[in-house]
Design a protein around this ligand. Structure first.
Ligand code: ACO
Length: 319
């Protein structure tokens, strides 16, 4: 028994916001700096009142439609997010309510930009155990809510969005291998070190990052986990048709592809248009490449992500 991706969908709020638009909004930056260091040209930013569950709902409707599955048939909902609507209930339960589903197991996963990989890994295990048959796995984030717009080293890097997949039990090969890891000793290099206590925000509610430390660690762990996933599945990196990496920075993506011996013609890149949408970035890129016909049924696809925590992981699948 395999867990196989039956449908994909994604959603981006509003119109693209270019680097020049950010300058016009008062960010002290320049287009050449952002493009040369990160590859980002534009991103989508949600309106102030827009929530992760709203973005998740739009992406989920598209994934359900592409799978030909009704919301009522879903028995497992996992939402990867670091920007939940509330402390509780979970964004997954809010999404469940919006979809009109009742009875599915529903919970959030908090592994920042690796969250979708963690969630897909869990869905694979639950489906292959026989306890669940049809899962909705979503990555949704509204990072614009946790950005310090006076910190130009971070605010230009991120965007908002959601991506979703429907995963179902199948005798046809689907997910071939999955690996996920964390090293909490790196908690300080990428964090939002704030909380709510007694009705007040305590600590710092904005995203803080040591960019160079993140860069070095990301390149190392992404190539290690890609290799691990290939070894578990007995698939050589050269057999991979598409690499769909977390979209944080074009230089991280290029370094990882190079370490795996993959040409950039086999890599799905959306960071130029989406920026870093955290847990949403991998399913957003996956959906785009499925819909434009690059990723086809039967092809081998490696998804990989890395995020605050520090967390990282990969999933190798036959689409
Ligand atoms: N526009 C213009 N200048 C800027 C900007 C900006 N937006 N941001 C920083 N600068 C300036 C700094 O002020 C500094 O100027 P100074 O030398 O006069 O003081 C100069 O650029 C260099 O700053 P650094 O922070 O050292 O820049 P660096 O070369 O490290 O690049 C970057 C920063 C792009 C973030 C890089 O470290 C990187 O790619 N890190 C990877 C982290 C990443 O992608 N994180 C995404 C989230 S993490 C994740 O998803 C896993």
């Amino acid at each position: 028994m395999f867990a196989r991706i039956a449908g994909v969908g994604s959603y981006l709020p509003g119109s693209p916001i270019s680097n020049t638009d950010l300058i016009q909004r008062g960010v002290d930056t320049d287009n050449d700096w952002i493009v040369s260091r990160t590859g980002i040209k534009s991103r989508h930013l949600a309106d102030a009142g827009c929530t992760s569950s709203e973005l998740a709902y739009e992406a989920s409707c598209r994934a359900l439609e592409s799978a030909g599955v009704k919301a009522s048939e879903i028995d497992l909902i996992i939402v990867a997010t670091s920007t939940p609507d509330f402390i509780f209930p979970s964004t997954a339960c809010l999404l469940q309510s919006k979809l009109g589903n009742q009875g599915a197991m529903a919970f959030d996963v908090q592994a920042v930009c690796a969250g979708f990989i963690y969630a897909l890994n869990l869905a694979d295990k639950l489906i292959r155990s026989g306890s669940h048959k049809k899962a909705l796995v979503v990555g949704a984030d509204v990072f614009s809510k946790i950005l310090d717009w006076d910190d130009r080293a971070t605010c230009v890097l991120f965007g908002d969005g959601a991506g979703a997949v429907v995963v179902e039990a199948s005798e046809t090969p689907g997910i071939l291998s999955a690996a996920a890891h964390a090293d909490g000793s790196y908690n300080g290099i990428l964090s939002v070190p704030g909380s709510v206590c007694g009705g007040k925000v305590t600590g710092d509610p904005f995203l803080r990052m040591d960019g160079q430390a993140v860069f070095k660690l990301a390149v190392r762990v992404l190539s290690e986990v890609a290799k691990e996933c290939c070894e578990i599945a007995g698939v050589a990196p050269a057999e991979i048709d598409w690499l769909v990496p977390h979209q944080a920075n074009i230089r991280i993506i290029e370094s990882t592809a190079k370490k795996m011996g993959l040409g950039m013609d086999k890599v799905v890149v959306t960071v130029d248009r989406h920026g870093n949408t955290s847990a949403a970035s991998i399913p957003l890129a996956f959906d785009l490449a499925v819909r434009d016909g690059r990723i086809a049924r039967g092809q081998k696809v490696l998804l990989e992500g890395v995020g605050g925590g520090f967390t990282w992981g990969a999933v190798l699948l036959e689409f």
